[in-house]
Each structure stands twice: as structure tokens, then as C-alpha cells.
Design a protein around this ligand. Structure first.
Ligand code: SF4
Ligand code: SF4
Length: 177
């Protein structure tokens, strides 16, 4: 028992330390909000040819350092958009009718998209695992969208995500294009 208890304490302090580091990433994004906004404006103007590759390299580097299972801030604070395909897939996984799924979990936002009724996401468990992982929405699979093509088109969204995702916040600290 004592060993389990000690392990639990070590895990707890380790996780706490990691969370503090991720919080610092998010705090830095707030602190350097104007610097990052200026950088985004510059990138939108200059459209550097190596922008996608730069983001992809930084995405890979940063996600080798950051463990989503110790974070889950996206699932705790924001909602993915659920398109009909996402609704049908998730509803099927839960053995529900799509309409019942919509009624139970979703609402329509100001852009007429289906999003979660509440945060944290109802499918996030207490260990930060997604209980519909295999059938999660495409937006969840692709979040935080920093390894996609034509990054220049989503720079404003990526800048917004520095307030949610420590990985994106950290990518911005390394961005030098
Ligand atoms: S994608 Fe970003 S916000 Fe979501 S769990 Fe991973 S690091 Fe955290
Ligand atoms: S469906 Fe899964 S991955 Fe998407 S927000 Fe909910 S818990 Fe996170």
C-alpha cells in the first residue's frame, strides 16, 4: 500500500510540475500577445514559401516535448465543430441515433455549427482519455492544426489557439520566419 501511495504522490507532483510548465506556456502567449500578433501580420504580408515546413518541423519538435494526456486543455475548455459525418460516427459508436446524440450533447453556435453543449467535453474521462477516441470528430484529430498545408490561411486561428494550447504557444516562441 505504502509503495502505491508513494508512487501516487510522485505521479501527482510530476503531473503538477508538468501542468505548471504548460500554464507558463499559456501565460507567455498572453504576455507576448502583441508580439505574436505582429508576427502573424508579417507572415500574412510576406507569405514565406517555407512557412508550412517551418510549422511542421516545430509541430513535431514541440509534440515530442508535450504530452497531451497531461494537458487536455483543448477538451476541457473548447469545443470541436461536429459535422454530420462526425455526429453519425460518434452516435454509432455510442449506439445512439444521431438525433438523440445531438439532443444530448450538442448545441448550435452563432455560425450555425454544431458544438458541444458544455465544457469539459462529455467524452473526456478523469485520466484525460477520450472515451470515443477512435470515433472522435475530425476537428479533434486535426487539432491544433499546426501541421497542415497552407498555414498562411489559418494564422489568425492559430494565434487564437495560443491561448488554449501550450503546444501552439510554444511553437510561437520558436517561430522565426
Ligand atoms: S492539443 Fe494542445 S491543448 Fe490539446 S491536449 Fe495537446 S497540448 Fe493540450
Ligand atoms: S471528443 Fe474526445 S478528443 Fe474531442 S474534445 Fe471530446 S474528449 Fe477531446
Amino acid at each position: 500500500m505504502a509503495i502505491h501511495r508513494n508512487n501516487f504522490n510522485n505521479d501527482f507532483s510530476c503531473n503538477f510540475h508538468t501542468l505548471m510548465i504548460y500554464s507558463e506556456d499559456l501565460a507567455n502567449a498572453i504576455k507576448y500577445k502583441d508580439v505574436n500578433a505582429n508576427l502573424v501580420n508579417k507572415l500574412k504580408r510576406k507569405k514565406p514559401g517555407n512557412l508550412d515546413q517551418t510549422f511542421q518541423d516545430l509541430h513535431q519538435q514541440v509534440f515530442e516535448e508535450i504530452d497531451c494526456l497531461k494537458c487536455a486543455n483543448c477538451c476541457k475548455t473548447t469545443s470541436p465543430i461536429f459535422y454530420m459525418k462526425d455526429i453519425e460516427r460518434a452516435a454509432k459508436a455510442l449506439r445512439m441515433k444521431p438525433l438523440a446524440f445531438i439532443e444530448q450533447y450538442l448545441k448550435v453556435d452563432e455560425d450555425n455549427d454544431y458544438i458541444l453543449k458544455s465544457a469539459p467535453c462529455a467524452f473526456l474521462d478523469y485520466e484525460n482519455y477520450c472515451t470515443i477516441y477512435k470515433d472522435r470528430p475530425t476537428a479533434c484529430r486535426e487539432y491544433p492544426h499546426t501541421d497542415r498545408k497552407r498555414m498562411v490561411q489559418i494564422l489568425d486561428l492559430t494565434l487564437k489557439n495560443t491561448a488554449v494550447c501550450p503546444a501552439v504557444a510554444r511553437i510561437f516562441t520558436h517561430l522565426n520566419v
